[in-house]
Design a protein around this ligand. Structure first.
Ligand code: SAH
Length: 348
């Protein structure tokens, strides 16, 4: 493909309008094109209310950078759909569609690979490749919407990658998905999950939108956290909690702390006590996740989820245990891409 072409999903509406004016076409053409692409159209030839000659000229400037479905797995248990999607350069990312009683939620990736190196996570293992552009994040949502033909009501950034390590593209993506002229998804139905990049949390609190913030804590103290999350060496739990306090004050939203329970690592009663004491007083919610065992990590599922939950509850902190959606289709972060990259390496 001609690399001088512009991915139309990467443009803001005003930018598209300017490009179309440069082609000598009236501004209303930009509205028509915009409407088509956010309806899910992936070919200029399908934009039937545009003159044919204009469609040809569009092809000389833009491409619709959709994501191709390489593989799709549908859970027989709960209808969760996991996708392996290919981007324009052939790199692959993962997304998941989860069906809840309140609507359909898509979980998308923000990077090809990840630099954070969390020991239990499959995303880090094949290494980091590159950031995704705003358009490539949009392409994931549109690919799932086109495939299911169902309304997407929620977006979570919990796929491959660390959203705050690709901050500007992520914020542009959230704003775009919120726009009335695209998918019109409310900020309150969007969630960004971070491993705790403190400057990112603080900057995010200043964006002026009520997006849900999820922080992957996974440990009650820095000592344990450092063993499983290298980023803990850069930012302490105290630093993270101060930043979260700022976030709740600025946005009025409670923060969710993700806590993956790993057998013999962070699942003892005293860990629950320590965690609850540390978080008391903060506008928050704890989400306990039974770890998904990933080959080569050596970590296994804790059987202590219930007792851990009860202790936290005793401290009056809202706590839930994440439903394990799609457990029959390896729907956990990075597992599919890891397999796909490994397969490619074997072929090489
Ligand atoms: N980088 C971001 C978002 C991607 S990971 C973050 O760290 O939050 C999304 C969530 O899945 C995180 O809470 C992550 O810690 C968790 N996760 C990763 N691997 C997991 C595994 N094997 N089992 C359970 N949860 C896992």
């Amino acid at each position: 493909m001609d690399s001088a072409l512009i991915n139309i999903y990467d443009l803001e509406f005003e930018e598209l309008k300017n490009e179309i004016l440069k082609l000598g076409e009236p501004a209303f053409r930009a509205k028509q094109v915009w409407k088509w692409i956010y309806q899910g159209t992936t070919r200029f030839d399908d934009m039937t209310d545009l003159p044919k000659a204009f469609r040809e000229r569009l092809k000389g400037v833009f491409y619709i950078g959709g994501a191709g479905i390489v593989n799709k797995f549908v859970s027989q248990k709960d209808g969760t759909r996991k996708y392996l999607l290919a981007l324009y350069d052939g790199k692959v990312v993962e997304c998941v569609l989860m069906k809840y009683h309140y609507g359909n939620s898509v979980c998308i990736s923000t990077q090809v690979g990840c630099r954070m190196g969390c020991r239990f996570c499959a995303s880090s293992q094949p290494g980091f490749d590159r950031n995704l552009s705003t358009g490539e994040m949009i392409a994931q949502v549109m690919a799932i919407r086109n495939d299911t033909e169902e309304k997407i009501s929620h977006i979570v950034l919990m796929g491959i990658g660390e959203p705050f390590d690709n901050y500007d593209n992520v914020v542009r993506f959230l704003r775009r998905m919120n726009s009335q002229n695209t998918l019109n998804i409310s900020y309150r139905k969007m969630t960004v999950s971070t491993c705790g990049l403190v400057p990112g949390i603080i900057k995010f609190s200043e964006e002026g939108f009520p997006v849900n913030l999820s922080v992957s804590l996974h440990a009650p103290n820095d000592e344990i956290r450092m063993k499983i999350m290298p980023i803990a060496k850069r930012y302490s739990i105290d630093n993270i909690l101060s930043a979260c306090n700022i976030y709740t004050q600025k946005t009025g939203r409670r923060v969710t702390f993700e806590y993956t329970l790993i057998k013999d690592v962070n699942d003892r009663n005293e860990h629950a006590e320590e965690l609850a004491r540390k978080l008391s007083g903060l506008l928050c919610h704890i989400n306990l996740i039974p770890v998904n065992s990933v080959e080569e990590t050596g970590y296994t599922k804790s059987e202590r989820v219930e007792s851990f939950r009860r202790i936290i509850e005793k401290y009056g902190i809202p706590v839930t245990v994440r439903r394990e959606l799609g457990s029959d289709i390896a729907a956990s972060c990075g597992q599919l891409r890891k397999r796909s990259v490994e397969r490619d390496r074997m072929v090489d």
